[in-house]
Design a protein around this ligand. Structure first.
Ligand code: WT7
Length: 653
């Protein structure tokens, strides 16, 4: 191992390789590595020609003067001066084909109620709601905040905004009134769409009451639209005369035809606030044309969609995954989408598997944090159901530990479904590094290779090539963010100041001899032990390889002698007791698997780890706990009590 203090080292070697199943391969859009390599090469050599061909698969009211304009880089312009509307491409475009009467959305409520909307029905709903928004004075360019549970009206809201050129800003329906207020004020939203409530683990979340609290301090908000989720009577909430409107009333007396606005390619489509695991939320800006082409094409190839597929992405539409891969990408591709309102463990831990069986789901896309929870709950839940309809699995959000990958492949995919481990970010708009399921040989834990048109590198701080270091994207791509709302300086500083003309995503990565990318976690989380810089993902994966460990988080804290030492926070599988012997065994496990230098100083058992609402482990807070500091910003935490309990426990130890 080198002693270069800036170099990141890798400690994990994963040699298992999974080739695509022959049946799958035969029917796939891209069915051999030769085809991938050929098209990839073409997509880089004639990058703009490649994107132009993709764009030509969609509808434009007017085509572009040029594909890319780099004059104001890093604010790149794609499909310059073209006019289109993404809701047209999601809906109207399908009305002249057999897709018209196909299910667009199959929705299941937590309590079990179901609704199905065909493309034609969804088209009419969206048109009516678009007219209702207009009636309340919403115009092209106005910002509309959306705070809804996972019900069809959430997808309808996005499409209706897009149709009239209003900018949607979805706020995940688990955020507090304070978080709503910050986001609404930042973009000066004129209207908020919410509901009287939503179901979560058998309880009703009082969304409208939370919005009322938030709006009290927001003079910009003129109207609130309330979807009635309560069956029969609405859930208790207050309707303020003049400001608040029931959704079902307001769409009742409007026309079901609303001409789509002809949007410029670079008109803003939406804002989505991301805080990641650190700092003040940033309003990430995505525009119309480039985002549309990028999500369309990535969905088509990564999920290898076929007309008969039933596609299920378990993310919430409150996150980018839901925007790009529940709503826009799949609808542009004419797919049938399954959407679920509630919790995965309600009424029991078999809910998702039952839904796969009941709806004959063929494609299932979820997150490592969920997969680790499923593993922890035990094989008996998925084993109770018939999962044979599945043909493709996906994962996104964090590095997936190889053990979790293997479990997912075996227990859910029955050894026959490829797994697409898709690396991307809110900022990238769509999937960037990913296997293509019909051709890419898979290595558990690797996001494998760049998507068409994407050029990625692993480089060191000074910009030179490295095997392990920092991930960089070296070419602009259509789905890229166009800025941070109201703070272009921060945009340039955060993403474009590390190296000239290269996008800095903030992740550590390594590249192996096959050119495969392995994401090592956020650069801010890299630990430094005895002079070795190691990404947390690898250390955590080694813990998860231990048969008693369900999930782990590793951090480095100051140590008098070593500079830094490691602390492992461990969550055990169900039914396993925490003992001092086990703590010692786990320390030695790391010592044996990686080297004595990496042996953790301390093991802390905890049934839960502190996570963001989107399921990412907040190592920053664990560092605060372990070094006895007061906790930093906890506003993005899903459950604040987890870290409070840990703090008490740590201090007792
Ligand atoms: C960060 C972006 C992209 C939609 C959901 C998250 C991590 C994401 C992977 C993956 C390893 C991953 C990265 C990235 N990440 N996917 N397949 N392997 N890490 O969006 O909240 O903007 O987070 O999530 O650290 O930078 P986000």
């Amino acid at each position: 191992m080198s002693s270069d203090p800036k170099k990141i080292e890798t400690v994990l070697t994963e040699n298992r390789i999974f080739k695509p199943d022959e049946e799958f391969q035969k029917k796939a859009h891209i069915s051999s590595m030769r085809d991938y390599q050929e098209l990839y090469k073409k997509s880089i050599e004639d990058n703009l020609g490649f994107w132009e061909t993709a764009a030509n698969e969609l509808h434009w009211f007017r085509k572009w003067d040029s594909v890319l304009n780099e004059e104001s880089a890093p604010v790149y312009k794609w499909f310059v001066n073209a006019k289109t509307n993404i809701s047209y491409n999601c809906l109207d475009r399908h009305l002249n084909s057999a897709t018209k009467n196909k299910a667009a959305l199959i929705w299941e409520g937590e309590l079990g109620g179901q609704r199905t909307l065909t493309y034609n029905q969804l088209f009419h709903e969206v048109n009516r709601f678009a007219n209702a928004l207009k009636k309340l004075g919403i115009q092209r360019g106005d910002r509309v905040a959306v705070y809804l549970p996972m019900i069809p009206e959430l997808a309808i809201s996005l499409l209706a905004c897009a149709r009239i050129g209003a900018v949607h800003s979805v706020i995940f329906a688990g955020f507090s009134s304070e978080s709503i207020r910050d986001r609404v004020l930042d973009c000066e939203a004129k209207l908020i769409i919410t509901s009287d409530g939503g179901w979560r683990k058998g309880n009703v979340l009082p969304l409208k009451n939370i919005v009322d609290e938030a709006v009290a301090g927001c003079a910009c908000v003129k109207h609130v639209i309330v979807v009635k989720r309560g069956q029969g009577d609405p859930f208790p909430c207050h309707i303020k005369e003049g400001r608040d409107h029931w959704y079902h009333r307001i769409i009742d007396d409007v026309s079901s035809r609303c001409e789509p606005e002809q949007m410029d390619s670079e008109d803003m489509l939406f804002l989505l606030y991301t805080s990641g695991t650190t700092g003040k939320p940033k309003g990430i800006i995505h525009t119309t044309g480039g985002y549309m082409v990028y999500t369309y094409l990535t969905t088509k190839y990564v999920f290898d969609l076929k007309p008969e597929d039933v596609y299920w992405c378990t993310a919430d539409i409150g996150w980018i995954t839901g925007h790009s891969y529940i709503v826009y990408g799949p609808l542009m591709n004419g797919a049938t989408i399954l959407m679920y309102e509630g919790a995965p463990n309600w009424p029991d831990k078999g809910r998702l598997w039952k839904m796969i069986q009941d709806h004959s789901v063929t494609i299932f896309y979820t997150a490592p944090t969920a997969i680790r929870a499923f593993m922890k709950w035990g094989d008996k839940w998925p084993n109770k159901y018939d999962l044979s309809s599945l043909r493709l699995l996906g994962t996104v959000g964090e590095p997936i530990n190889p053990e979790a990958w293997i479990w997912y492949h075996r227990i859910i995919g029955k050894d026959k479904c490829p797994i697409v481990d898709t690396w991307w970010q809110t900022e990238t708009g769509g999937i960037m590094i990913t296997p293509l399921p019909g051709c890419t040989p898979l290595k558990p834990g690797s996001a494998t290779l760049p998507f068409f048109g994407i050029e990625a590198e692993v480089i060191s701080d000074d910009g030179s090539q490295a095997d392990a270091g920092i991930l960089a994207i070296t070419k602009p791509w259509p789905g890229m963010l166009r800025g941070i709302y109201g703070d272009m300086q921060r945009y340039k500083q955060t993403y474009w100041s590390k190296w000239p003309n290269k996008y800095f995503p903030g992740d550590g990565a390594k590249k192996d001899s096959d050119g495969y990318f392995w994401i090592l976690g956020r650069i801010d989380d890299v630990v430094n032990v005895a002079g070795h810089r190691i990404g947390t993902a690898e250390l955590e994966s080694v813990f998860v390889e231990h048969h008693m460990v369900a999930e782990s988080a590793v951090i480095g804290i100051e140590h008098e002698l070593k500079g830094q030492c490691l602390v492992g926070f461990i969550s055990l599988k169900e039914g396993i007791d925490t003992t001092d012997d086990l703590a010692q065994e786990l320390k030695e496990w790391i010592g044996k698997k990686i080297g004595r230098f990496a042996m953790p100083e301390k093991i802390i058992f905890s049934p839960d780890l502190p996570k963001t609402r989107s399921g990412k482990i907040m190592r920053r807070l664990l560092r605060d706990v372990a070094s006895g500091r007061t906790l930093g910003n906890i506003s993005t935490l899903a459950d604040a009590s987890v870290v409070e309990r840990l703090k008490v426990k740590y201090e007792e130890d």
